[in-house]
Design a protein around this ligand. Structure first.
Ligand SMILES: Cc1ncc(COP(=O)(O)O)c(C=O)c1O
Length: 373
């Protein structure tokens, strides 16, 4: 049996007519830049998320740069960001001349260690980028309490956080909708994935919304009149059309991921040495990624590959040890949890179209690697 780590093709074949019709309509309209589907998707996504405003941009990485720029995370401002995350959660700061202040990860949630974040706050820290990794948000109550007490701006990196919820200010809120600005990635593997690069920025602040809309088109409100030195980062109409089709089934897709996660957990948690991730009680998870933490991780990955099973390592090296950030002066041993987890973590196939037999096949292979029948 072959179980790819990820494939968009199964979903395409299952809903081919809908996807074909959606892109055909865009071809017929010729409305490729900020066409009707973009505005419609922004409205539908904002409603689904429970945010006041949503603005489509070209990618999650662009959204982080634009958000950092608008919130003033630049020119020497110091900002907290986790060392264990995708590169773009930190490169957005470096690109704008902000100073990255890395924070270690929490062993249980694999998100930013908020206790350490609180210890690092001082008068020079202007903001924080909580990243909602894999399956659950960073506790947004802890983030907002810290931000409110210290006047920090919050840029939520919810690139992986589509649909995740956090209990904050006495209600459940979608990850990405609580800070000053939240961003999402629609990279194809994501819980809501496009057919190429795409991203979204959300806010509940009208002034920030106005700025984001301008920043994505060269800082203009009116054509060729530039209020800011902005960017060219628009959500492509074709991608918006695809995303509108997928948004209609996003809850079903999230439920299928949850079912597979439960199946994995039931099968894997009894294998000695295999650790599965737990969910905090103030979080409603969405399984974008299903990780296990294991001894002999690389040997297991090689064994699974031989059995036709795709896996991925998110992430093999924390950011404080990346060559491009050597100038910050961090060294091995500075963030021991992140340095250990990146040697143990392994992501298993996780997408709605997986079959129960495939999940069983993956679990059987892991059990057999560790000598369990
Ligand atoms: C945590 C995180 N931040 C940012 C990004 C960047 O998003 P994109 O690939 O859409 O640029 C990603 C995704 O790839 C991500 O996982």
């Amino acid at each position: 049996m072959q179980v790819p780590f990820y494939t968009p093709v199964r979903e395409y074949h299952a809903r081919k007519d809908e996807f074909d019709r959606a892109v055909q309509n865009v071809f017929e309209s010729g409305d490729f830049i900020l066409g009707e589907d973009v505005a419609a998707f922004e409205k539908e996504a904002a409603m689904w998320l429970g945010a006041k405003y949503a603005v489509g941009v070209a990618s999650g990485s662009d959204a982080l740069v634009i958000g950092s720029d608008i919130l003033g995370f630049r020119d020497g401002a110091e900002v907290l960001t986790p060392t264990y995350t995708f590169f773009a959660s930190a490169s957005c700061l470096a690109r704008l001349g902000a100073k990255l202040v890395f924070v270690d990860m929490d062993e249980e949630t694999l998100n930013m260690d908020m206790r350490q974040a609180a210890e690092k706050v001082n008068s020079r820290i202007k903001g924080i980028i909580p990243v909602h990794l894999f399956l659950q948000p960073t506790s947004l109550q802890e983030v907002m309490d810290l931000a409110r007490a210290n006047n920090l701006k919050v840029l939520e990196d919810a690139a992986e956080g589509w649909g995740m919820e956090s209990f904050v200010d006495s209600m459940w809120k979608k990850a990405g909708t609580v800070g000053n600005i939240g961003i999402y990635s629609f990279f194809p593997t994501k819980t809501l994935g496009a057919y190429g690069d795409a991203g979204l920025m959300v806010t509940n602040d009208e002034e920030l919304y106005r700025k984001i809309k301008m920043y994505r088109v060269h800082g203009t409100a009116a054509k060729y009149h530039h209020e800011y030195i902005g960017y060219n980062s628009r959500l492509d109409t074709l991608q918006a059309a695809i995303l509108r089709v997928k948004l209609t089934s996003t809850e079903k897709a999230i439920a299928a991921r949850a079912r597979h996660a439960q199946h994995y957990t039931e099968r894997l948690r009894s294998i000695p040495g295999v650790r599965v991730q737990n969910v905090r009680c103030d979080a409603h998870p969405v399984y974008y990624v299903y990780n296990i933490l294991v001894p002999q991780r690389d040997a297991l990955a090689a064994y699974l590959k031989e059995q036709g099973i795709g896996t991925t390592i998110y992430y093999p090296k924390p950011l404080h040890l990346q060559p491009c950030f050597a100038y910050l002066g961090y060294k091995e041993g500075d963030f021991p949890v992140a340095e250990r987890i990146c040697k143990e973590i392994l992501a298993l196939p996780m997408y709605p179209e997986l079959t129960d037999d495939e999940v069983d096949y993956v679990c059987d292979a892991i059990a057999s690697f560790y000598g369990v029948q």
